[in-house]
Ligand binder design. Sequence first.
Ligand SMILES: Nc1ncnc2c1ncn2[C@@H]1O[C@H](COP(=O)(O)OP(=O)(O)OP(=O)(O)O)[C@@H](O)[C@H]1O
Ligand SMILES: [Mg+2]
Length: 244
Amino acid sequence: MSNPVDAMQMDQAAAESVLMCQGLGMTYAEGKLRTPVFDGLDLAVRKGETVAILGASGAGKSTLLHLLGGLDTPTAGEVFVAGQRMSALSDKARGTLRNHALGFVYQFHHLLPEFTALENVMLPVLLGGADVAEGRRRATGLLEAVGLSHRLQHKPGELSGGERQRAAVARALVNRPACVLGDEPTGNLDEKTASIVFDLMLGLNREQGTSLVLVTHDRRLARRLDRVMELHEGKLRQLARDEV
Ligand SMILES: Nc1ncnc2c1ncn2[C@@H]1O[C@H](COP(=O)(O)OP(=O)(O)OP(=O)(O)O)[C@@H](O)[C@H]1O
Ligand SMILES: [Mg+2]
């Protein structure tokens, strides 16, 4: 970024979006094995905007979401969360920003096995500095909304796959993040439960202006979002409405 005008325009774009990447690239390297996944990806997600990401298995969707969520470091380019350049922050500051601004639903839920569903969902609230009563109130409300009020005291190992996924969705939403990143957040769910969880996220979008970036294989769900992008052969392309 040698040109100061470019740098200024980029700062402006970053400030207007909840999440942005510029020239994003990732090549995994382990020993002699190099796996280039994508390069030069640009994406800006505005406040209140909903974006679907489609793409074949292995296209790099999870990799992209992890980079956008600051869970992994890109090999090229920059990620901005709420206008802040992730690479310029300390690990601690990055963690705080992530906990405050983003909610993440992983493809493989990542709940803490030693804690109950209720505790797993309360944890981000407590990390954000709220007291236990407030954490319990918000966590219970969301677990109820995803249909798990009868499973509050179950540990992840005592929940079904879909129940774990719903607990993970509740955990991602509990801090009322500016943007939720979901890696196939309804992938393991039956149609009715998927639709309840999807409606919950869209409701949050409508009522609180939460932005959504959702990886999905379900084109019917993708069509309900503002914008549909496809990751294909290392490039990110916006699909026209009639292509979805
Ligand atoms: N840690 C890693 N080291 C090396 N290669 C990796 C690593 N993680 C992912 N890959 C490779 O990067 C590519 C993209 O993986 P990614 O998990 O992002 O795909 P995906 O689009 O999410 O696929 P799916 O729809 O199956 O979840 C794959 O070819 C995968 O083998
Ligand atoms: Mg994936």
